[in-house]
Design a protein around this ligand. Structure first.
Ligand code: PLP
Length: 368
């Protein structure tokens, strides 16, 4: 039995007719960039999240970069973030010309430690960029308090968390802006790249809409600032509109798979994901910790043709490209230890119980 880490073809088969006809409509219209289909999708996300504005763009990475640009964050500014995330989080801060300041994570949730974030504030700090890793929210109340006390913006990297709720509010709608990714493997994935920013601030929304079209204002060919070419295309919007209607049901199905793993992976060297009491978990990834034996488990899974991955093997403060920031191994020990112990297992709505049984049996046999 071969078990994929993620199989998008199974999901596509369940909605093929709807998707194909929505895409065919866009092709018939020959209107591919922004336009009505994209505006309708933005409206749908706005209603889904209850944010005041939803501004689409070309990727989750651009959503982060556009947020920084709209807030006027650039050279000389510092942005506090986590080292234990996908590269784009810190990449966007660097791209904006600002300096990422990494603080360690909490060992149970893998999310940014809010107390360390508070201590890292300097006169140069302009924003905090928490990540809701694996689909579970960071401690937003503590982060928002630090931001308020110091006059900082908060950019939520909710690329893995569209649909998760922090004390009843949608992930991404609590900070100054919230950023989503529609990369195909995300819980709400398009048929290519795509992203979205939500905000409750009218002025920021206006700047985002301008910045995504080269900083154009009012009429065409009039530019107030130099922006990006970062727009969502109508084929993505059409597919995503169909899929968003299923998102909650898909996230609930992922939670059922997670509960199965929780039960079955009962071993003293395995730690199953901790759940925060202030957040739901949408299981973008189901990530366990394996003490001392991860490589042995990985080898067994590979031999059995079971998909698995390490998110993330190198914490960002130790990446070659950030050498100039001066971090050394040992500086952020909780993130460094996590990088050595985490393992993501197959989790998607269509995964079967037989497949999960085989995954668990294989893992436990590697630890026997
Ligand atoms: C996927 C992801 C991004 C970037 O999204 P893209 O759409 O691939 O650019 C940013 N941050 C995190 C945490 C992600 O998982």
């Amino acid at each position: 039995m071969k078990v994929p880490l993620l199989d998008l073809t199974r999901q596509y088969r369940t909605i093929k007719d709807e998707i194909d006809s929505a895409i065919a409509k866009v092709v018939e219209s020959q209107l591919f960039i922004l336009g009505r289909t994209v505006a309708d999708f933005e409206e749908t996300v706005k209603q889904y999240t209850a944010a005041s504005h939803a501004v689409s763009c070309a990727s989750g990475t651009d959503a982060l970069l556009l947020s920084l640009m709209a807030l006027g964050i650039g050279p000389g500014d510092e942005v506090i973030t986590t080292p234990f995330t996908f590269f784009a989080t810190a990449g966007a801060i660097h791209r904006a010309g600002a300096k990422p300041v990494f603080v360690d994570i909490l060992p149970d949730s893998f999310n940014i430690d809010p107390e360390l974030a508070a201590v890292a504030v300097t006169p140069a700090t302009k924003a905090i960029m928490p990540v809701h890793l694996y689909g579970q929210c960071a401690d937003m109340e503590a982060i928002m308090n630090t931001a308020e006390d110091n006059g900082l913006s908060v950019i939520e990297d909710a690329a893995q968390a569209l649909g998760a709720k922090y004390l009843g509010r949608m992930a991404g709608t609590i900070g100054t802006t919230g950023c989503y990714s529609f990369f195909p493997s995300k819980n709400l994935g398009g048929f290519g790249d795509g992203g979205m920013i939500v905000t409750n601030d009218d002025a920021i929304a206006g700047r985002l809409r301008s910045l995504r079209v080269h900083g154009q204002v009012a009429g065409q060919y009039v530019h107030a600032a130099v922006g990006l070419n970062s727009r969502l295309d109508a084929i993505q919007a059409a597919a995503l509109t169909v899929k968003l209607a299923h998102l909650d049901e898909w996230c609930a199905a992922r939670a059922v798979k997670a509960a199965y793993y929780d039960q079955a992976l009962d071993h003293q060297r395995i730690t199953v994901p901790a759940r925060s009491d202030f957040s739901t978990h949408i299981y973008h990834q189901y990530v366990i910790r394996i003490e001392g034996a991860r490589e042995a488990v990985k080898a067994k899974l590979k031999e059995a043709d079971i998909g698995h991955s390490v998110y993330y093997p190198v914490p960002l403060h130790l990446q070659e490209c950030f050498k100039g920031l001066g971090y050394m191994p040992g500086d952020l020990p909780v993130a460094e230890k996590a990088a050595e112990e985490v393992l993501a297992l197959p989790v998607f709505p269509e995964l079967t119980e037989q497949e999960q049984e085989f995954v668990c049996k294989t893992i436990l046999s590697a630890l026997a």
